[in-house]
Design a protein around this ligand. Structure first.
Ligand SMILES: [Zn+2]
Ligand SMILES: [Zn+2]
Length: 253
């Protein structure tokens, strides 16, 4: 029997290693890309899921609730997501930039929602465009859904259209949840087709189902081995040993 991870017990941080997909950090228990990543064309120069969102646990509830902001079990979900985004971007945007081999991202944008009405009022756009100090001056809505039908969780370079031409800018895509990666990779394809120089993604969480295959054992092992902390998967990989107390962490603050 496991207990949901709560706000007092922070969500687990993915780690690169032999048990995880090198692209999306899905727990596979084997080397190489997971099935979902193999099914996508890969257009993102780098991908960072900051946390795991395990179905039914705290962060999963927060991410589901902030989109409708009405779940009675989670109060202030939009504020919680806003705080998570502020810390995630202030601390780890630089890690994604280094992995994507760019100095900085000139533009920050989001993946359009599947529902056009919801997309118009999506709270992540408001969070990044007006609340998060680290992104609000650079946020721009660069993508809209194309008119044609879209098959969920299937990569489609025509799923989105850019709202304007780009001129080689590095673009950071921010999303709340990575499930198959098809939306983010499709969005990256559209941005590159519009002239972006580099597109990379930072995502609040990689979704996992604890009951799937060996996930429960692998998540328990990650928790036991220190899978919680201020380092993301990228800065943890670049500096595997914890620094002495009081010493700054490279690539992370
Ligand atoms: Zn993957
Ligand atoms: Zn980092």
């Amino acid at each position: 029997m496991w207990l949901p991870r709560s706000a007092a017990e922070p969500p687990l941080t993915p780690r690169h290693g032999p048990d995880s997909c090198p692209r999306c950090l899905n727990l596979t228990g084997a080397a190489g890309l997971c099935r979902a990543c193999r099914a996508n064309e890969q257009h993102l120069a780098a991908v960072l899921p900051r946390f795991y969102s395990v179905g039914g646990e705290w962060l999963h509830h927060v991410i589901l609730a902030y989109k409708r902001d009405a779940d009675p079990s989670v109060t202030g979900a939009v504020s919680q997501l806003s705080r998570i985004c502020e810390t995630m971007l202030a601390s780890h945007e630089r890690c994604v930039a280094a992995a994507a081999s760019v100095a900085t991202f000139q533009i920050v944008t989001t993946v359009p929602s599947a529902d056009p009405l919801r997309d118009l009022h999506h709270p992540l756009r408001r969070i990044l465009g007006s609340e998060v100090r680290h992104t609000r001056a650079r946020y721009e809505r660069l993508l809209v859904r194309s008119a044609g039908p879209a098959i969920p969780r299937v990569f489609d370079p025509a799923r989105y259209q850019a709202t304007r031409r780009l001129d080689g800018e590095a673009v950071l895509l921010v999303d709340d949840m990575w499930t198959s990666g098809a939306s983010a990779e499709s969005a990256a394809a559209a941005l590159l087709a519009a002239g972006a120089g580099t597109v990379a993604a930072i995502v609040v969480a990689r979704h996992l189902n604890r009951a799937w295959r060996d996930n429960d054992r692998l998540l328990r092992r990650l928790a036991r081995d220190g899978g919680v902390g201020e380092r993301c998967a990228l800065c943890a990989a670049s500096a595997p040993s914890p620094p002495p107390l009081g010493q700054a962490t490279a690539g992370c603050r």
